[in-house]
Ligand binder design. Structure first.
Ligand code: FE2
Length: 379
């Protein structure tokens, strides 16, 4: 077992078999009882067994909360918070994709804060209501996409507004992330492609985002290079552990870089998940080429540089064409229409996209009409 340890920006363990260190890592944080937050798919795949063995070996008792969907609702988060309180846990260990990791962060927020989630919305300054002394969260991703394992934010769909709401606070940053490529070997092709496109979108939107952030830019370009070299490999052969490891690194780098900001693609994709239940990564994949075309006028050099990493020619429009081609190559065919989006939905979706905070980072301002046009171009 070979484990590398990086401390930027979270303590990160990487390597095949590194999951076996989770008990010792939790113990080092002073934990003796945790809530293991996961989902039914992870349990069915048996990925929790190594975690349970490690916790037990380190003398850490635990209960499991797994009643989660892929787009967590307020009711699911509250049920998790109640389970946390009942169990007497002093921290949360998340095992899974974005949903369990986000819910684990929201559970520890709820253990200290009683305000409603709409009030805690980061867009409305909700971070000021969250204290600094949140219980620790450890993360073990089983997909390579969200990057939530090192993120300080969590997303849930709030009942009163029906929108995807971001809750953010630096104290929500997981204390330890364990990236074990062996846990991603059984991820099916479609999920590998969709989550991989989420990572790609994070790196790309962060690199194109407004603002002067050379560290985020470098990390984003590094992540894009890993994705250009390994996404197709990971989809073609799920057992390719080198490709799986590279995609886990790229997903983590995507989240490290989007501290700089995201862009219009995430504002387009959030309403598609909240309203129609579309997988987040798939929604990004379907909207990304139109957003690249839209942004090329504002940041042509950056778009060319990204295109070059994926083997595109330097002509205008070539980067978006290449990303559309890559999408097909990893098995994501068709557009939003095939995913169930109709023209009469576009005015409402555009309104929701405009209300989403992510496009604040987009290099070109987006109006409601722009969002409608971007949805139409992605149909
Ligand atoms: Fe994302």
């Amino acid at each position: 077992m070979s484990i590398s340890i990086w401390s930027y920006p979270t303590r990160i363990l990487f390597g095949a078999g590194s999951v076996k260190a989770c008990g010792a890592e939790a113990r080092a944080l002073g934990l003796d009882r945790v809530l293991l937050v996961t989902d039914p798919g992870v349990l069915q795949a048996g990925l929790h067994q190594a975690v349970e063995a490690s916790l037990t070996a380190s003398g850490i008792s635990f209960e499991i909360f797994s009643q989660l969907s892929s787009n967590p609702s307020e009711a699911e988060v509250e049920a998790g918070a109640a389970a946390y309180q009942r169990s007497g846990a002093r921290g949360a260990l998340a095992l899974g994709g974005g949903a369990p990791m986000d819910v684990a962060k929201l559970i520890v927020v709820r253990s200290r804060v009683s305000n409603g989630w709409a009030e805690l919305d980061d867009n409305k300054g909700g971070d000021k209501l969250i204290p600094r002394d949140l219980p620790p969260v450890l993360t073990i991703p089983t997909t390579a996409g969200t990057g939530s394992e090192i993120g300080r934010a969590a997303v849930l769909t709030v009942k009163s507004t029906g929108s995807k709401t971001v809750v953010f606070h630096p104290a929500m940053l997981p204390r330890v992330a364990i990236l074990d490529p062996e846990l991603t070997l059984s991820l099916p092709k479609a999920a590998t492609a969709a989550t991989g496109f989420d990572a790609l979108t994070h790196c790309l939107e962060a690199y194109l985002a407004k603002g002067d952030h050379p560290i985020a830019d470098s990390v984003a370009l590094g992540g894009l290079e890993l994705i250009a070299q390994h996404l197709q490999r990971a989809v073609a052969n799920g057992k390719d552990i080198e490709a799986r490891g590279a995609m886990l690194k790229a997903a983590m780098m995507g989240a490290a870089s989007f501290q700089k900001g995201l862009g219009a693609c995430h504002s387009l994709s959030h309403p598609l998940s909240a309203e129609l239940g579309l997988h987040h990564g798939l929604a990004n994949a379907l909207c990304l080429p139109a957003v690249i075309d839209f942004n090329e006028a504002a940041v042509p050099e950056r778009v060319r540089r990204v295109g070059a990493l994926f083997g595109a020619s330097p002509e205008p429009g070539a980067c978006a064409r290449r990303i559309r081609e890559l999408r097909e190559q990893v098995g994501i065919s068709g557009g939003l229409a095939q995913a169930g989006v109709t023209r009469d939905m576009l005015p409402r979706l555009a309104q929701l996209a405009l209300a989403d905070g992510c496009h604040g980072g987009n290099p070109r301002p987006c109006s409601e009409d722009d969002f409608k046009a971007l949805y139409l171009a992605s149909l």
